[in-house]
Design a binder for this molecule. Sequence first.
Ligand code: FE2
Length: 417
Amino acid sequence: MSSAPLLLQNCRLIDQPGDAPLVSIAMETGRITAIGPDLAADGHEVIDAAGNLVSPPFVESHIHLDSVLTAGEPRWNQSGTLFEGIDIWRDRKQDLSLEDVKQRAIAALKLQAQQGVLYVRSHADVSEASLTALKGLLEVREAVQDWITLQVVAFPQDGVYGSPKNLDLMEEAMKLGADVVGGIPHYELTREDGVRSIEKIFELADRYDRLIDIHCDEIDDEQSRFVEVVAAWAIRTGMGGRVTASHTTAMGSYNNAYAYKLMGFLGRSQINFIANPLINITLQGRADTYPKRRGITRVKELWQQGLNVSLGHDCIQDPWYSLGTGNMLDVASMAVHACHMTGLDEIDACYDMVTTHGARTLHLADYGLAPNLPANLIVLDADSRYEAIRRRSVVRQVISRGQPISDTEPAQSRWLI
Ligand code: FE2
C-alpha cells in the first residue's frame, strides 16, 4: 500500500490539554514525519481535522475472530451461558472451512477498522485436529497486514488436557506461527489439570519465545483461583509484562481478604489484564437469583493498583454474545458503567484501556503519535476522551500506514416542528 505525502491539519492532540493550540501532522511513506503548528502543505494531500480529537488507533485486545458473525448457527444460545455457548460452538466448528473463517474474520476486521481499530489480538480455537481456525486466521494476518496488525493466540477452547490430542495441537500451532500461547485452566477437567496446563503454557512460551494470554477464571465461582497460579509463574519466570490474564471474572466474586492479598502478588507479577465488559456482564451471573453479580473483574481496583488493564469485545455476534458492533467506545462505555468508573479521570482511563493500555498488552513497540512512528491515527468527532465515550463519537477519519482507509460522516438530525 503506497500513499502520497499527507498533511492532517487542525488536530486536537489527545495527550495535550484542551486549550493547547491545534497542530498539523505530516506523514510520508507510511510514517509520521513531523508534528507541529504551521507545517508547510507543499506536495502534501491535505485533510482538515477541523479541531477534532486526533488519537492513536483503538486496540482490540481480545476477540475471537474464528467465531464472529455466527450467532444463531446452528442455534441460538437460549440460556445465555458460557457453557451453552461452548456446546453450540462445538457443533458449529464441525463446519469450519478456511474460506468460512477468512471471510467472516476479514468482514469483522473491516467493521472494526472503519471504527478506528488498527491493532487486534484474536484467539483461534486449536482444539480441532484440522487446526482450520488457526490456519485461517494466520492467512488473514498476512492478507490484512497492509492496513491492520493482527496477533493470533493459540487458544485451546476444550482445554490443554481435555483430550489426548490437544497438547500436540498446541505444539503444532506454535510451529505454524501463532504469536501468543493461550489457555483455559478453569475449563480443564480438574483443578490439578488447570494448574499443570499453566505450567505447560509457560514452558511453550519460553521454548518458542511467544507471549502468553490465558482465559483465566471466566466463571462466577469464587473458588476459581488460577490467576494466582498465573501470577506465580510470571514472578518465577520473570515473564511479567509478556503475560496476560483475560476475563478473570471470578475476581469479582472473591472475598475481600483474599482479593487484598492477591492484589499484592499481582502487583509483583506485573501481568496484564483484559476485561470484556460487554459480554461478561451478560454471560456471568446466570446462576444467581438476586442480587445478581456483575460478572466482571475488578477493573477499577486493578487500575488503581497501577496494573495494566485493557478492554476487548471478546465476541461480535457469536454463540456467546449475539450483539456487538465492533465499536471500542461501546466497550469503554460499558466499563465506565459496570465498573463504577464515572469520575472524569476514570472515564479517561477507560478510553486509555482501548488505546494505550491495549498497545502495552499487545507489546506493540511502535504505537503512538510521534515523528518516526507508523502513521496510524484516527480523527474522532469529539474534543476530549470524555466526549468520545459519552457520545460514542463517530471516527471521522482512519489513517493507516499514512493512507486514509475510511471516512465516516456523523449522522445529522433535523428538528421538524
Ligand atoms: Fe475470550
